[in-house]
Design a protein around this ligand. Structure first.
Ligand code: FMN
Length: 237
């Protein structure tokens, strides 16, 4: 099915709108955020970016983690998106998203971050906060290995796990929305690669994850919400 202007599922908008706006807190959106990291030139960041799998023992600081989350999914402002006479409230972030749908949720599996207990957390983009999901999960657990079998995963400081909430995309774009989800997860991960350069860190994108295991680890059904992309982050040696 091809999206052509006004999508039939837009008629569902009024009954489903609350689902999307319920967590909107315009007063909490920030055009930028006061996170102190090194200034790295764009050219330097692009040219030094590489997939890093050999990390130092050094943990990330909370500020560094905050920076990475901000760069990948942080909310800069609230805006109105109008198409075919239909207006919706949307978020503007540090990455682009078709129709400003931003259908993603960011989970992080913390291994080495100063001041943060290891475990599984979710990023609340609208508040720029983390919420604990499961602090019993550890990167060295067999069940994590079953999701992410590559050995270097255990060495990383944080594993970013991006999920997509399918309906946030398909209510507007139908099946074609799947194309955007996969494209946009690439934008997010690329921002992680580049923002890690400012904290003397490195990233490795991961496509080699086992869908059923990782969806179950996160506690999502793999249909209405599924893990789309994963990346490890750690300090350079
Ligand atoms: C979609 C995608 C999936 C990837 N999956 C893995 C992976 O599972 N394991 C891994 O070690 N590297 C993975 N990579 C990293 C690539 O191997 C890496 O980008 C490639 O070798 C080029 O190296 P560079 O990123 O240092 O330029 C992935 C990269 C992309 C874009």
């Amino acid at each position: 099915m091809v999206y052509e202007g006004y999508h039939p599922s837009d008629t569902l908008l009024t009954q489903n709108y609350e689902y999307f706006v319920i967590h909107f807190h315009p007063e909490r959106a920030r055009a930028s955020i006061d996170i102190k990291v090194n200034a790295v030139g764009l050219r330097e960041a692009i040219e030094s970016r590489m997939s890093l799998r050999d990390y130092s023992e050094q943990p990330l600081t909370m500020e560094e983690l905050s920076w990475l989350l901000w760069c990948t999914q942080g909310v800069k402002e609230f805006s109105t998106f109008t198409r075919a006479g239909l207006s919706t409230r949307v978020t503007k972030r540090n990455v682009p998203s078709g129709g400003a749908r931003h259908p993603f949720e960011t989970y992080i599996l913390v291994n080495k971050v100063v001041g943060l207990r290891p475990g599984l957390y979710r990023y609340l983009a609208l508040k720029h906060k983390l919420v604990e999901v499961d602090l019993e999960v550890r990167v060295e657990d067999k069940k994590v290995e079953a999701c992410l079998p590559q050995h270097f995963v255990k060495m990383s400081a944080v594993i970013f796990i991006w999920t997509v909430v399918v309906y946030r995309e398909t209510w507007r774009y139908g099946e074609r929305g799947y194309r955007s989800m996969y494209i946009e997860s690439g934008h997010i991960c690329q921002n992680l690669y580049l923002s890690a350069e400012a904290i003397k860190g490195g990233v490795c994108a991961i496509g080699a994850f086992r869908d059923e295991n990782i969806n179950s680890l996160i506690g999502i059904d793999g249909k209405e919400q599924f893990v789309i992309y994963v990346a490890t982050v750690g300090k350079r040696k």
